[in-house]
Design a protein around this ligand. Sequence first.
Ligand code: SAH
Length: 797
Amino acid sequence: MKIKIGSRGSKLALTQSKWVVERLKEKNPNVQFEIQIIQTKGDKFKDMPLQKINDKGLFVKELENALLDEKIDIAIHSMKDMPSALPSGLKFTAIPEREDPRDVLILKEGYRDLDSLPKGAKIGTGSKRRKYQLLEYRNDLEIVPIRGNIETRIAKIESENLHGVILAAAGIHRLGLQEKISMYLPQNIVLPSPSQGALAIEIREDDEVTLEMISSIACEQTCIQVEAERAFLKGVNGGCHSPIGAYASIDGDQIRLDALFGDEDGKKLVRKSKKGRVDEAEKLGLELAQSVLKELKMTKDKVYLIGAGPGDVGLITVKGMEKLKEADVVVYDRLINDDLLKNVKASCELIYAGKKPNKHTMKQDEINKVLVDKAKEGKVVVRLKGGDPYVFGRGSEEGEELHKNQVEFEVIPGITSAIGGLTYAGIPITARNISTSFHVFTGHFSDDEKAFDFESIAKLNGTLVFLMGMKNLEKITKGLMEKGKDPSTPVAIINWATTASQKVITERLDRIYEYSIEKNMKPPSLIVIGDVVDLREKLNFFEKKILIDKDIVVTRPRKQNDSMIKKLKEYGANPVEFPTIKIKNLKNEKLKNEIKDIEKYNYIIFTSNNAVEIFFDELYDMGYDARWIGKAKIVSIGKSTTRKLSEYGIRADLTPETYLLEELYELLKNKVTKDDNILLPRSEKGRKIIVEQLNKISNVCEVHTYTTVADDSEKENLIEKLNNKEIDYITFTSSSTVENFFKIIDDINKKLLNDVKIISIGPITTSTINEFGFDVYKEASEYTIDGMIDTIIKDIK
Ligand code: SAH
């Protein structure tokens, strides 16, 4: 077995990597190890001050890419270079024993230690942590910014006429330069950087074999120290812009964490320490971070109670959306549209506060507690509630609780279903000469109806709206009529207002209850009583939407399905995402070479959005832009490919009439000759025939830039919907989505599709569907997404 180890190329990095390899060899004598040098962005910009290069993963990203691409199996980094969040699919564990964590001074000859330096002495360092701590100890010193590797920095004592430099002991020891050290700096003067002296061994998350191997050299004590120190780093959310220090010392099962944090210009520097148990190292670090931030008045803790609107995602306020995007934690209700949650940051924690079948519901006390606790951790917390937070939403109780706990909060109103829900059903809540007031009630009342004053309500002439009233519908209608309300008053019941599933019925007051049972109306619904209901005949814009209520499965990969989903929604449909495939960028080196050589190509053919995106992103990463492709003619297949090209400022020269590759051949056969070179960057799974055909009349260079892999994340959701007979159509846009679909939905479940109409984008996709034993209900009139939607619309008409 051979394990490939990625390392940066600097002398220190290589020494570190070799040190790790030696340890690994001792414990795993039968394994071969090979070190591969990988250059990082940080190595390329050696002389720029770190603060200017705004990138937390400066020294690690290229190594991580090599890991993900399986070019290496282990990446070795200095732990202090590791950003607090790793890319998904990677992890580091099993940290080997740490070197000396302290900082040291290397001084010009004649000086022993910090106290022996003359007034105004010059010390070189590029680190704010070292600078501000040194100045705290002796404010007469002059700190000179320097960068570079260890030897360069030591040499700067001479070349820049410094009295000395400050460096990490670990690096000096590893390079065997101990004799140069003048003084080890104690922690009370200069606290080291979090996890200084420790190495991070990063591997792929699922690589059990390598994990076991590196576990053999792990040091338990170092792991605990690093856990606490990095938790502090994460807690203060610090990059290289602020001075940060942390060191954990362990004594038996006790741990003490010393930490330091300050603002960017070092005006305020806070040192704090805290003790705890070793099994709570992470918690200790996070708590200490919060108390340090508090002291610096830098905590962001705040709770936003946000009204999400009645259901349609577009009905949240601009301000509500803005805060939702900033949230570290979102606590959300059952009634909000899940699509809103797609807007949160990747790191945002989502907490569901509603009731799920068979699952426990969060009690109001628990919700209040979560809001307070999460805010006290220093987080931006969003409490997202359906409609408006204060309309029967218990928002005021949450506000009171936050007030009691001295947590800062803000309330962002929302469109309440009690008004907006009616609007989407074509019912204005007031109208001149018809209704000059409105009254909103909760229909959720206990059995002693004394609390519910039907006497007074029946006398009101305005529009009456009941929320949460379905259980008591009979009591409400009877109660009102008994107290004199006209039995012929029009009533509407609006279910799932403003969503694709909106369903509305109308009847007279005396008949609505029976009718609602006949029509199986369920919560969440609004009950509207009053003459304004009649205006629905003229003002109902929403349900005119042609695809209203239709559940349509979209099997395209997530990255590409946006436009299709948006369109379906515009027609009122309820798109069900079932991505089936994910795009995997193959990071093919050949693409780089062909881009470098782009001059030799007369044609570049793009057959999909992905092909365009990957090509131009690579080109851009290489330092070029659209101008680089020069005179090459651009051939684009499909309208969306052409649109994608235009995003990069490229107008396609040739676009075949239809989406079929055969058409492409027809188009090019009279144009190209054996002197023409054609570049075709596309999916690994593209059909071979076109390359063979074109190669007979020209020279085609095909580069596989991406491939597709199965994505089964929505499987259970779809099966549940199929079981409940909720699906009307399934759309397929390519053979590969068909193949993946049937790979994911296996044999046993195929019969579920019997009642579903299958729509295919074109003949090739159709024949793949047939191969799986299914009939296509209809094929798109035009082989595009729009064509598919058109076909569905015609079917409904
Ligand atoms: N704060 C919310 C109401 C919460 S009470 C608001 O301002 O809209 C929950 C009740 O609101 C439900 O029982 C139902 O009566 C009503 N409701 C909320 N959203 C609804 C929707 N999209 N369609 C129909 N009724 C809705």
